[in-house]
Design a protein around this ligand. Sequence first.
Ligand SMILES: O=C(O)[C@H](O)COP(=O)(O)O
Ligand SMILES: [Mg+2]
Length: 411
Amino acid sequence: MIAEKVLFLVLDGISDRPCEALNGQTPLSAARTPVLDRLAAEGVCGIMDTVAPGIRPGSDTSHLALLGYPPQDYYTGRGPLEAEGTSIHMTAGMIGFRCNFATVGGDGLITDRRAGRISGTGPLSEAIREGVDLSALGVGFRFESGAGHRAALALTGEGLGDAVSSNDPKKEGARPLTIQACSDDPADEKTARACNEFIRQSAEILARHPLNAQRLEEGLPPANLLLIRGAGKMGAFPPFQERYGLSGSVISAATLISGIGKVVGLEHIPVPGTTGSVDSDLDAKVKATLGELERKDFVLMNIKGADEAGHDGKAIEKRDFIEVIDAALEPLLALSDTLIVICADHSTPCSVRDHSADPVPVVIRGPGVRVDPTVRFDEVSCAQGGLNRIRGCDIMPIILDLINKSHKYGA
Ligand SMILES: O=C(O)[C@H](O)COP(=O)(O)O
Ligand SMILES: [Mg+2]
């Protein structure tokens, strides 16, 4: 039998390094994961450098690599991808950015880059849309909330460049930076001016917003500053269906991933109750994915919460959420005619609180797979598997070959 459908599940940032809080185990190896282990036992396992050995990937570059769009050829910055994951459609000349709702103290130092992992920022974004005016600079904008503390900004207007820096110092206890043009090009200078003005005006609006007054009353960090990064223009992506002959959908609460899916031509299927965090409704997500597999050849599904726990340095929370993921994946075991591919997009070690270049575990289970002796889905067990060590850009060719859709190289 040959599989006709492909479920590509990315467990965002699930892999890790040994954690003190877990007696030297990783959250994945410490977690009880009967479903993932059974898939490992019935499949072929390996480890994967999603971009290349020693390269610490962002979720943007890693997902592009996993889908077979090498970031060195296709990546034009995170901003436009993040924007496309919201209702913003990036057209020629627009410059996209990823934004964080953050907290800055009275002394001007950032106290939380994620404003206490705020959610429900819709009213804040609406106030920013209504109140910020960049017309004196000859610039318009779109601004939309994403999942959690995330948002996307797109600047519109004549003569805007995308070579600008970020105001995000990437750590707490530091001052927000001034956005600078990275060249003498007046277009980059215009963008930098517009960004700094946008940040200034939005901070004034956020400072007097009732939702922040309420957060202060409740002892929560106010979302009183926007951190802006990842400037870029939209790139050109050959459609997934033309490239691989597969129709596809993307299921992800994280706007970056739904944006990447959309720009390569996957249909984004929103699932109510999914949040991109550890409180996400994973049963609903799995149900929606199974429904999509009835209609489409390929479904990309992303589960984000373990990455957040890694960024927050919470090893026990990460382990516990991995067990929640595992329970939610139980219905996948019945998919006998579907190729199931499960991996991470990068490691997010709790000790680093950011992504690392440590390779990620990968399992492929389904018809035609040469089953190897690995019976556990974790970083070390998978390293013994039959896929050995591959790169992210290898995974689509391997998938296509297993479903008999690869092109012969040679005559
Ligand atoms: O969660 C995300 O969107 C990123 O992976 C990390 O970004 P942050 O550090 O700005 O939250
Ligand atoms: Mg990621």
